[in-house]
Design a protein around this ligand. Structure first.
Ligand code: DAT
Ligand code: MG
Length: 151
């Protein structure tokens, strides 16, 4: 099977609210592999490149202000089906519509403060990991539990 990568980011509100550990735990417990992790303050240029598909939307300037307003936690996660599964774990863009049990469904109330980002396709996962990480910051390793997660 195809092993994919996804870029997950705890947004500034998630960091300020002390939810970093909780969010990392959801992906760890599911059984995906962490391959990159850092606390980071991003530039306006990087935020605009990351969200370039949304350039022109009325909320774009506010979105860029929000993402650059404080530190974020950048993560790369790897696994079979990780992109779609991470989107399910995260829940709908509007936290009020997100199902209970999802990160946004459990921990957030507004689209403009939805605490976490997840790539929407395997291609965007690769693109975004390339934007936010240097190759030297990514770690290729075999978790000890691998044989107990997949047959
Ligand atoms: P997602 O983060 O669920 O992939 P998206 O890619 O459509 O959602 O949008 C990126 C972010 O932009 C989203 O997390 C919050 C913000 N956003 C999206 N739609 C918005 C809207 N209608 N009003 C305000 N912010 C919005
Ligand atoms: Mg998106």
């Amino acid at each position: 099977e195809q092993v994919d990568q996804t870029y997950i980011m705890v947004k500034p509100d998630g960091v300020q609210r002390g939810l970093v550990g909780e969010i990392i735990t959801r992906f760890e417990k599911k059984g995906f592999k962490l391959t990159g992790l850092k606390l980071f303050k991003c530039s306006k240029d990087l935020a605009e490149e990351h969200y370039k598909d949304l350039k022109g939307k009325s909320f774009f300037p506010k979105l860029i202000d929000y993402i650059t307003s404080g530190p974020v936690v950048c993560m790369a996660w790897e696994g079979v089906g990780v992109v779609a599964s991470a989107r399910k774990l995260i829940g709908s863009t509007d936290p009020l519509q997100a199902e209970p049990g999802t990160i946004r469904g459990d921990l957030a109330v507004q689209t403009g403060r939805n605490i976490v980002h997840g790539s929407d396709s395997p291609d965007n996962g690769k693109r975004e990991i390339g934007l936010w990480f240097n190759e030297a910051e990514l770690v290729h390793w075999t978790p000890a539990q691998a044989a107990w997660l997949r047959e």
